[in-house]
Design a protein around this ligand. Structure first.
Ligand code: SF4
Length: 261
């Protein structure tokens, strides 16, 4: 598979950075704990769907102690619009108990401790480390996996291989926000079925062999599917977006920590 040169990788990120100077997560959260819960709930669900459920949830339970006090049955009822809500509710209660027992109710800022928590895998840990603690991690979701392979940026057969390839080629100055630049570009421009190549700022650097020639939402997905590996990941939101979404900025519903995902 074609691989982008190091010089062009740097140019690629410079252009994404210029397009979205302050990329951020689209999950709503209040503190590291609510971020962790939101990310756990977001597995195989959309950020919009998670935000709808967490808005009332975080009003009553924004700490591990409050979540445990809320109880699994009421938590389940609050998040029942989210896929796999039963398992997720059990995980959130158990991880909240573990945070109280082992970490004084705080979210630990290291991978090993995070990955010990129920429902927390490498991707979730990477998101929390990046967004809550400003670490230069890259959580490879379906959008990043597709984009890295399609463009030749960091080809890899699975998310872990792509993560390692990205960490090896992304210039240090872009590592902190690389995760969000790629997710937002994949979500709104380099979409799975109909990538918007004519309006893509990195089109001249991208090595995708089946670039679209018009931003036509009705274009058949045949070519895009043929060369784009697709791991089983959470569903993506496709279609038209507002200019605010396209810029990767949303009005937060509540306070965020600085340095958002
Ligand atoms: S040119 Fe097309 S395939 Fe390449 S990154 Fe842009 S939208 Fe994606």
């Amino acid at each position: 598979m074609a691989r982008m040169s190091k010089e062009n990788v740097a140019r690629f990120f410079a252009l994404l950075a210029a397009e979205r100077p302050d990329p951020t997560t689209e999950l709503d959260y209040i503190n590291p704990y609510t971020l962790l819960v939101a990310v756990v709930l977001s597995a195989q669900a959309t950020d919009v769907g998670v935000n709808k459920a967490t808005e009332p949830l975080f009003r009553v339970a924004d700490t591990p102690a409050k979540m445990v006090a809320l109880g699994e049955a009421r938590l389940r009822d609050t998040i029942k619009t989210i896929g796999l809500y039963r398992t997720k509710a059990a995980n959130v209660i158990r991880l909240s108990e573990m945070l109280i027992e082992k970490h004084d109710g705080e979210v630990p800022a290291n991978r090993e401790a995070l990955e010990e928590l129920p429902g927390v895998g490498r991707k979730t840990a990477n998101v929390v480390l990046n967004v809550a603690f400003g670490q230069p991690t890259i959580a490879v979701d379906t959008h990043i996996f597709r984009l890295a392979n399609r463009t030749g940026l960091a080809p890899g057969k699975d998310p872990r291989a792509v993560e390692e390839a990205l960490l090896a080629v992304v210039p240090e100055r872009y590592l902190r926000h690389a995760h969000h630049w790629l997710i937002l570009h994949g979500r709104y421009v380099c979409t799975a079925r109909n990538p918007k190549c004519p309006s893509c700022v990195v089109s001249h650097l991208c090595l995708y062999a089946a670039k679209t020639t018009v931003d036509d939402p009705a274009r058949p997905a045949k070519a895009a599917k043929a060369v784009t590996p697709s791991p089983a990941r959470r569903s993506s939101r496709r279609g038209r977006v507002s200019s605010r979404q396209a810029n990767g900025r949303r009005a937060p519903r509540r306070a965020r920590r600085p340095g958002a995902r």
